[in-house]
Write a protein that binds this ligand. Structure first.
Ligand SMILES: [Zn+2]
Length: 293
């Protein structure tokens, strides 16, 4: 009798227990929540207000990683500077690289700015190309499909629900994409400068032109020589917009704006980086609005 009760209890637990998922970044967490619905619990590791390349490895993150059934990462080496030691400390065999409970979404994205050869001449970060593809709303669709497949594999009991949620999400995202593409059309060809190569995928998708970066190379602090060259270039090309993120220093952008008459806009680099960007729709809408005012 006791045994039957225990088996019933265990079956009930496995049917109602949520899949514990960690995502490295907030945008991946939101996509996962849309697909997983009530069958998943999502923890986001990185604070969207901080530098995504270097997340502080707090002990609470290790505790979370110990409990997860699935870890979803951006990949493209964006997490290389902070995630490996956390995974080592958490020592959770389920979410090890290559295991069923590990998913790198960069596999469904064609990365841009790939260096011809790996060299420090390309800066300290992005040795394998630009990993900031989450900034482009068009990339949400292939990523969502990949996450749905993985959830179906991890939790086949709820595969139908994941497939249905994916369909609804695809419809919602396609509507947003169509709306934003139309909104951005008048801004094609607009020239901009950005601090770090955070926004390249969105610029490419909407046909904007990146004339330069405030950093001389990815991960390298601006020098006065590079700043003066950039000011001259911006004057020559008529650049009137500087894209600034929330976590780099802002005084260089302000100085350049003063010298060139360009405007500085703060853009979120992840869902929730700035107030009013807390959902996927708000995040991608804000990027489009601020790029094309
Ligand atoms: Zn970067």
């Amino acid at each position: 009798m006791k045994k039957i009760a225990l088996i019933t209890l265990l079956t009930a637990v496995s049917l109602f227990a949520k899949v514990n998922v960690a995502t490295t970044y907030a945008y991946l967490g939101k996509i996962t929540e849309h697909i997983g619905g009530k069958y998943v619990h999502v923890d986001v590791l990185a604070d969207p207000k901080r530098d995504p390349h270097f997340i502080v490895p707090r002990p609470s993150l290790i505790g979370k990683l110990r409990r997860e059934d699935l870890l979803i990462i951006n990949g493209g080496q964006l997490e290389i500077g902070w995630l490996p030691p956390l995974l080592k400390s958490a020592n959770n065999p389920k979410i090890r690289v290559g295991q069923k409970g590990f998913l790198d979404v960069s596999g469904v994205i064609e990365m841009i700015n790939k260096p011809q050869n790996v060299s420090r001449a390309y800066g300290d970060i992005h040795p394998g190309g630009n990993p900031h593809f989450g900034i482009d709303v068009h990339n949400v669709l292939p990523i969502a499909q990949l996450i749905a497949l993985k959830l179906e594999q991890i939790d086949p009991a709820h595969a139908d629900a994941y497939a249905k949620n994916l369909k609804n999400f695809q419809v919602q995202m396609q509507e947003l994409i169509t709306k934003l593409d139309a909104k951005m059309r008048p801004c094609r060809g607009k020239k901009v400068v950005e601090y770090h190569a955070l926004y390249d995928y969105a610029l490419r998708a909407y046909g904007l032109v990146r004339v330069g970066t405030i950093e001389p190379l990815p991960g390298i602090t601006p020098s006065s020589r590079h700043t003066l060259q950039l000011i001259n270039l911006m004057r020559a090309k008529g650049v009137k917009l500087i894209l600034q993120d929330v976590y780099h220093e802002k005084k260089t952008a302000r100085f350049i704006a003063e010298k060139t008459g360009a405007k500085v806009v703060i853009l979120p680099h992840d869902v929730g980086s700035v107030p009013g960007s807390e959902t996927l729709v708000k995040f991608y809408t804000m990027i489009a609005e601020r790029l094309c005012r």
